[in-house]
Write a protein that binds this ligand. Structure first.
Ligand SMILES: Cc1cc2nc3c(=O)[nH]c(=O)nc-3n(C[C@H](O)[C@H](O)[C@H](O)COP(=O)(O)O)c2cc1C
Length: 212
């Protein structure tokens, strides 16, 4: 499965529901041998959502990756969201891909309109201008017209819009099944397909018959 090596990935986490999606994304990237480094930027509300949804106490930001993974994180470097002068804020710094997971409507709006006043939005802005991979795991429901127009703007600028919508065709039994399949689909978008990703082979395929 190894096609890429030494990948550098930025993960932005914002204040939309779905902190568990960020947690799974970081887990899979951390253990992926193709990934060398992960830059993690969490907005203020993103930190609040880690506390609200996963019970992760806010504390020393540097310890956040290990708190998220529940073990020592070796590849993840946290960058303060207010530091718009961090490495990933410049196109001269090599980042292969960026995932914003979950992506709030606020951050979507900033990215879609080039408002780069925090590190998540600036890093995404840089990814787009450099023609690199940007996946926005947008989450809200229902969407208003502004959200929809911002998604279209971001997509036209090169982002992949990947709404945090689970699939059911793989017969998930647990929340982890739903989350893992969704995150695997996200990672496939940045060229890091995961072995555990369920792949539909058609209702009447030989593989399906063998499963039955
Ligand atoms: C518990 C909680 C859940 C939220 N869920 C969402 C959501 O699913 N989608 C969204 O766009 N905003 C949601 N918000 C609102 C955003 O957090 C808010 O608009 C914030 O300003 C976004 O800032 P950020 O993009 O810098 O994180 C939620 C807020 C809270 C406190």
């Amino acid at each position: 499965m190894t096609r890429l090596e030494n990948q550098v990935v930025t993960v932005g986490v914002t204040g939309a529901s779905g902190a568990i999606l960020a947690q799974k994304t970081l887990e899979l990237l951390e253990r992926d041998a193709r990934v060398a480094r992960i830059h993690l930027v969490v907005t203020e509300t993103g930190q609040r959502l880690f506390a609200e949804e996963l019970g992760l106490a806010s504390g020393d930001l540097k310890q956040l990756p290990s708190r998220i993974l529940g073990r020592l994180a070796t590849k993840i470097e946290v960058l303060p969201n207010r530091d718009v002068g961090a490495s990933i804020a410049s196109g001269s710094y090599e980042v292969d891909s960026m995932i914003v997971v979950p992506c709030s409507m606020g951050t979507l709006g900033a990215i879609a309109n080039g408002i780069a006043d925090d590190l998540v939005a600036r890093a995404a802005d840089v990814i787009l201008k450099e023609g690199r991979n940007l996946v926005l795991c947008v989450r809200d429901t229902p969407f208003n017209r502004i959200h929809l127009e911002n998604m279209l703007r971001a997509q036209q600028a090169g982002a992949v819009i990947m709404p945090a919508v689970p699939a059911f065709y793989h017969h998930p039994k647990t929340i982890d099944d739903l989350v893992t399949q969704y995150v695997c689909r996200v990672l496939a978008q940045i060229g890091l397909p995961q072995e555990q990703m369920y792949r539909w082979t058609g209702s009447h395929s030989e593989a399906k018959k063998a499963e039955a």
